[in-house]
Design a protein around this ligand. Structure first.
Ligand SMILES: Nc1ncnc2c1ncn2[C@@H]1O[C@H](COP(=O)(O)OP(=O)(O)OP(=O)(O)O)[C@@H](O)[C@H]1O
Length: 242
């Protein structure tokens, strides 16, 4: 099951972007502020009207999929996601089952475990820290057991232990066959943990390949305007400015 964008343009935000996303893999979308990362992710989730081009799922236009079916297949975590009602964490996560029309607790329990939320499950959302809230919102997405997980900066507000735990969980979800697409600002996280990396620059696709190809020192100099060097071993690389 492939998710792909074909010559997608969104007024002054994305220009002629084409790319295919593979199931079973973690793809990172990187780029400077305002490059179009969130726009691309929203378009992949079917939440944005494009000026031209389209998003396809298994070769069919995503626009043809009924909203409920789309919600079942694509789990979307926006940047700074808002919560409309101040419900308890477990109840919020159970809302992830809405597209399935059930309140199955096994996937909810799994998501609670994966995101280390057991001790917080009865607490109202309004009484969580920013990082805890982010974990609860991602747990809601996981509880829906979507084929695709699209998450905008899911690691940004997390401490390093929770970052690594979450990456480990996303890897497991990908190994089980789901496609994972995440927006990442931290290029070292993308280099060390993604299978593929897309780099956007001013709404255009600047690179698309393995982390080594798409985040080469030449691409970083070109897109971010930063002279930097990768050091360290494969899987534990760090980026140092020169
Ligand atoms: N609702 C909107 N309407 C019009 N333009 C928008 C809208 N949201 C964002 N933009 C503009 O579109 C461009 C791409 O924004 P987008 O949020 O996709 O960038 P980003 O790469 O995710 O940035 P960041 O790293 O800062 O989160 C930016 O120039 C932004 O100002």
């Amino acid at each position: 099951m492939i998710l792909s964008v074909h010559k997608l343009s969104v007024t002054s935000r994305l220009q002629d972007v084409s790319a295919a996303f593979a199931p079973g893999k973690i793809t990172a979308i990187c780029g400077p502020n305002g490059a179009g990362k969130s726009t691309l992710l929203s378009a992949l989730a079917g939440l944005l009207k494009s000026e031209s081009g389209e998003v396809r799922i298994d070769g069919d236009s995503l626009a043809n999929l009924a909203p409920r079916e789309r919600a079942k297949r694509i789990g979307f975590l926006p940047q700074n996601g808002e919560v409309a009602w101040d419900v308890a964490v477990r109840n919020l996560i159970t809302l992830g089952r809405i597209p399935h029309g059930d309140a199955a607790q096994a996937p909810v329990d799994q998501a609670i475990m994966a995101l280390d939320l057991a001790v917080l499950q009865d607490r109202p959302i309004s009484k969580l820290s920013g990082g805890e809230r982010g974990r609860a919102l991602l747990a809601r997405v996981l509880a829906g057991e979507p084929d695709w997980i699209l998450a905008d900066e899911p690691l940004a507000a997390l401490d390093i232990a929770h970052q690594l735990a979450l990456i480990g969980h996303l890897r497991k979800v990908a190994d089980d066959g789901a496609g994972v697409v995440i927006v990442l600002h931290d290029l070292a996280l993308a280099m060390n943990h993604a299978d593929r990396v897309l780099v956007l620059d001013q709404g255009r696709l600047a690179a698309n390949g393995t982390p080594e190809e798409a985040l080469s020192e030449a691409v970083i100099a070109d897109v971010w305007g930063v002279k930097a060097k990768w050091i360290g071993e494969e899987g534990a690389k760090a980026l140092v400015s020169q």
